[in-house]
Design a protein around this ligand. Structure first.
Ligand code: SF4
Length: 464
């Protein structure tokens, strides 16, 4: 990874594997790459934010609050923007959601808070809650603001969070303000999980993710770079009173075709590579397999990295894709092509050029998806990017005695986040199978309360 332009957060290893503040440095992109990934939605300036905030009706029992998994008091923070109290606005957001900055950028607000806004029923455009949230938090952080949570001296009780993504960060912040000692373990060089490595750069820069990590670290949370293998797990079980599993999901599922050794990279690895500066261009012809939001991110990135043709191949119809409609619209604007009802069946390396053989698909009379006879066709391409869902980390999870899995997902008691092993709690993608950042944050908060209750501590309200 290129370390030249990393900003203020970098992970390297100390003797104990604990990562210090000055070792956390932001990934650095060349200026050329950075220019290719400008913000998808440019931030509001002060005047725009004020105008938009004044449109809000400050609804009683506002539906936008209920639509947010972390229940941010939306009318309250918007009203504070309208009155010029940006510090108060950011604090309202961050007290409910320590990752309020990244959620302001990456939340699918169209189907959450903004989707619930009463303005729709008045025939007016929904309040741009996401951009207002981003404006308030980024202004606050840019002016030197910190998380409005009290950092207390550590109690003797210690909690380990495994995985350094949004669920663990939220869980750790909640626990830390109650005085618990918290250590986050992750095998990767940079913390932040998919926020750092897996979200398209034009939505969330790695540097933005790492600034939020630093805020959590400033609460006194320890970060240790260590892969949690059976030996590490034994150490953790011995040294900590409770353990939170926020490990997310594993690698993308593999294509069920003969994969050429070269010219295939899974979507998350592709995205992580350009976000951390190790991949700076894409070849002319790129094919992405799958039609979820990650597939869209990869296909759009390929275009921005120089691909002439970036094509999404999906075995079902357009109305069956899992990507949000606004993501699809964005991809079309970026010039991504879509081949619906097409499935790859073989990949060949022909004199250095890849040939992806596909077949048309159609539902039979029983609604079962079947290949259409004699409908094979071939796509010549230079790079194939599978984006067909992440596999659960079953091997790792099976090392944990006493937890129960359901199709690879960790089974929890919903109100507490507790697993069937009473010392273990869990949240985020390893429980829900892969949802939004804001869902992971809500899970982490819930588990923190469950852990505190188990350890006999009643959670206190954040400090304003
Ligand atoms: Fe404002 Fe819309 Fe929420 Fe009402 S529903 S408080 S108008 S953002």
């Amino acid at each position: 990874m290129d370390a030249a332009v990393r900003g203020d957060i970098r992970f390297t290893q100390q003797r104990s594997n604990e990562i210090s503040r000055d070792q956390i440095v932001n990934p650095s992109l060349t200026s050329d790459i950075a220019e290719r990934f400008p913000d998808l939605h440019p931030p509001f300036d002060s005047r725009q934010a004020s105008v938009e905030a004044h449109r809000c009706l400050t609804c009683f029992d506002a539906p936008c609050v209920g639509a947010c998994p972390t229940h941010i008091d939306v009318p309250r923070f918007i009203k504070k923007i309208a009155s010029g109290n940006l510090v108060g606005s950011a604090r309202t957001i961050l007290e409910a959601n320590v990752l309020g900055a990244s959620c302001g950028r990456v939340c699918p607000v169209e189907v959450l808070c903004e989707g619930a806004c009463v303005m729709h029923s008045r025939g007016e455009k929904a309040i741009e809650i996401g951009r207002l949230q981003r404006f308030a938090v980024e202004e606050y952080y840019d002016s030197g603001g910190k998380l409005p949570l009290r950092s207390r001296p550590e109690l003797h009780q210690r909690i380990a969070c495994i995985g350094a993504g949004p669920a663990s960060l939220a869980c750790a912040a909640e626990l830390r303000q109650q005085g618990f000692g918290v250590t986050i373990f992750d095998k990767r060089a940079l913390p932040g999980g998919l926020n750092t490595y897996g979200v398209a750069e034009y939505k969330l820069r790695a540097s933005d993710s790492l600034r939020e990590v630093q805020m959590v670290r400033d609460l006194g949370v320890h970060f240790v770079q260590r892969e949690v293998d059976p030996v590490a797990l034994e150490d953790i079980e011995r040294d900590f009173d409770a353990i939170f599993l926020g490990i997310g999901l594993g690698a993308m599922n593999r294509l069920e075709v003969n994969e050429a050794s070269n010219g295939v990279i899974d979507a998350l690895e592709f995205i992580a590579s350009y976000k951390t500066g190790s991949l700076t261009s894409a070849p002319p012809r790129v094919v992405v397999i799958g039609a979820g939001n990650t597939a869209i991110d990869a296909a759009c990135a390929a275009k921005r990295l120089g691909a002439i043709n970036s094509t999404i191949v999906y075995r079902r119809r357009q109305d069956q894709m899992s990507a949000f409609a606004f993501e699809y619209d964005h991809a079309v604007r970026e010039g991504v092509r879509f081949l619906w009802e097409s499935a790859p069946i073989a990949l060949r390396d022909a004199d250095g050029a890849l040939q992806l053989e596909c077949v048309q698909m159609a539902e039979d009379a029983d609604g079962k998806l079947m290949p259409v006879p004699r409908s094979n066709f071939t796509l010549a391409c230079d790079l194939v990017i599978p984006a067909i869902g992440q596999a659960p980390l079953v091997t790792m999870l099976e090392q944990v005695r006493g937890i129960t899995l359901d199709r690879g997902r960790v089974v929890i008691d919903r109100p507490t986040g507790r697993t069937t092993n009473p010392r273990y709690f869990a949240g985020g993608d390893c429980v829900n199978g892969g949802r939004e950042v804001v869902d992971a944050v809500a899970d982490g908060k819930r588990a923190a309360r469950g852990i505190a209750a188990m350890l006999g501590t009643r959670m206190e309200a954040p400090v304003g």
